[in-house]
Write a protein that binds this ligand. Structure first.
Ligand SMILES: [Zn+2]
Length: 304
């Protein structure tokens, strides 16, 4: 039986799973991995290889697929940059890991991996074109066009979190340096920050979600604002691409009951009339495994 080791690397942790080519997850683990704590590329490679090693020893794995938060050049496959990791410059990360592990290693942007997983195994199955949004501490996007992943010329296509939904002078500052990006209104980080600015309390997004469900007016307003921002940003993608299927994964989908009505409202308000009521926005049904499954697909098919 040919098994894949899939990994989904985030800013602070790493999830791994042994995946059968059918999409069945055989074993899954999660560990801490603070990428920003490393000072050099070599230190980061050591840490990733070290964390993959127990699974590789325990199973007869034939290939490794990894989703990573960064931009991958479409031609060389090199990791050009990663927004919060200044020590990375044009790194042949897959090749370096391959040399360390002695197995084929495929890598791609984490949100694009999630789009691949959702398109093959999730609620994007059977559609030609899909916009997938990852909604967590940050916001990412992955695009499938004509059944194929589209990562752009330098891996930076569909940087959904940095679509600007406000241009006014009071627009919130985003981590990218611009003002008014959707990530500055709808990420878990943004919800937490806005709640702290108003109440003085630092609470995780899931707590603010509970507050909203229990009737806290300000907490409800934050989720409505987040949904409205997401709807407006999705509308910009639809206006540009005439794409009708949108899926959303990530920890923030735990607040889907609060977000979805506001997403629909923001979307319909911002679409041009002929496109209204044609776009379906749904939460992933893969229990947050879209990224791992997409990374496994990469390894199976070497398709990017
Ligand atoms: Zn931004």
């Amino acid at each position: 039986m040919s098994l894949i080791l899939a990994a989904d690397i985030g800013g602070t942790n790493m999830r791994q799973a042994i995946v059968h080519p059918s999409g069945e997850l055989i074993e899954e683990t999660r560990s801490e991995l603070a990428l920003s704590c490393f000072g050099t590329e070599a230190e980061m490679i050591d840490a990733i290889a070290g964390q993959l090693s127990p699974m590789l020893q325990a199973y007869a794995v034939t290939a490794v697929g990894i989703g990573f938060p960064g931009f991958f050049d479409a031609h060389s496959g090199h990791l050009i940059a990663s927004p919060n990791l200044p020590y990375i410059h044009h790194l042949p990360l897959a090749e370096r890991l391959q040399a360390r592990l002695g197995l084929p290693v495929s890598m791609q942007n984490d949100a694009l991996c999630a789009a691949l997983g959702e398109h093959r195994f999730g609620r994007g199955q059977g559609v030609s074109n899909l916009l997938h949004i990852t909604l967590g501490t940050g916001i990412g996007g992955g695009l499938i066009l004509q059944h194929q992943p589209w990562s752009g010329e330098t891996g930076m296509a569909m940087e959904f979190g940095h679509i600007r939904i406000r241009q006014d002078t009071s627009a919130r500052r985003c981590g990218c340096g611009n003002h008014g990006c959707v990530e500055a209104y709808a990420s878990a980080t943004a919800i937490t920050e806005m709640y702290r600015e108003k109440t003085g309390e630092s609470c995780p997004a899931h707590f603010i979600c509970r507050q909203a469900r229990e009737g806290d007016a300000f907490a409800r307003q934050l989720w409505q604002q987040a949904g409205d921002a997401l709807g407006m940003a999705i509308a910009q993608c639809v206006i540009m691409l005439d794409i009708h299927h949108v899926t959303v994964s990530g920890g923030m989908t735990g607040a889907w009951d609060l977000l979805h009505p506001a997403i629909e409202k923001g979307l319909q308000k911002a679409l041009i009339p002929p496109q209204q009521d044609r776009v379906q926005v749904v939460a992933s049904a893969l229990n947050d495994h879209a990224g791992l499954l997409g990374a496994a697909l990469l390894a199976c098919e070497q398709r990017l």
